[in-house]
Design a protein. Structure first.
Length: 139
């Protein structure tokens, strides 16, 4: 006799990591009793940090002094536009989730725009959602 219990579905690691990024991003923003913020733009991906930087500038962002930066233990390409804006593209979604978690745990105010494989730390991320996609994370 066949069991009526359905077989568990397999979840691909990439899908699981993407869900973790979204959960961390959304959980890090809502305070007690506050609703979790919604995704504010269409998800988008970029082939590299320079492409994301160029899209940021095309969307009205300023990047007067582009300088590549070392990402430490993260498997990412990153650069700094100035002392307030950092752009990164991650090859590992789990590391993106960790970077978001670390940024939102800081004792300073955080303003991020995060996509499926990228992150922009900028003072006004909501200005770029329509052009770049992603989720605004403030804390």
């Amino acid at each position: 006799m066949r069991s009526m219990t359905p077989k568990p579905r397999r979840v691909r690691p990439a899908a699981l990591a993407a869900a973790a990024v979204a959960a961390i991003a959304l959980a890090g923003c809502a305070g007690p009793g506050e609703p979790a913020p919604e995704i504010t733009g269409t998800p988008s991906t970029y082939s590299g940090v320079e492409e994301l930087r160029d899209a940021f500038v095309a969307a009205g962002g300023e990047c007067p002094e582009w300088a590549p930066i070392e990402t430490g233990d993260y498997d990412a390409d990153a650069g700094r536009c100035d002392d307030r804006t950092v752009i990164a593209v991650y090859r590992d979604p789990a590391q993106l989730a960790e970077a978001i978690e670390r940024a939102t745990a800081l004792m300073t105010e955080t303003h991020l725009l995060a996509g499926p494989d990228w992150l922009i730390n900028t003072p006004d991320p909501h200005h770029y959602v329509e052009a770049l996609g992603g989720t605004v994370i403030s804390g």
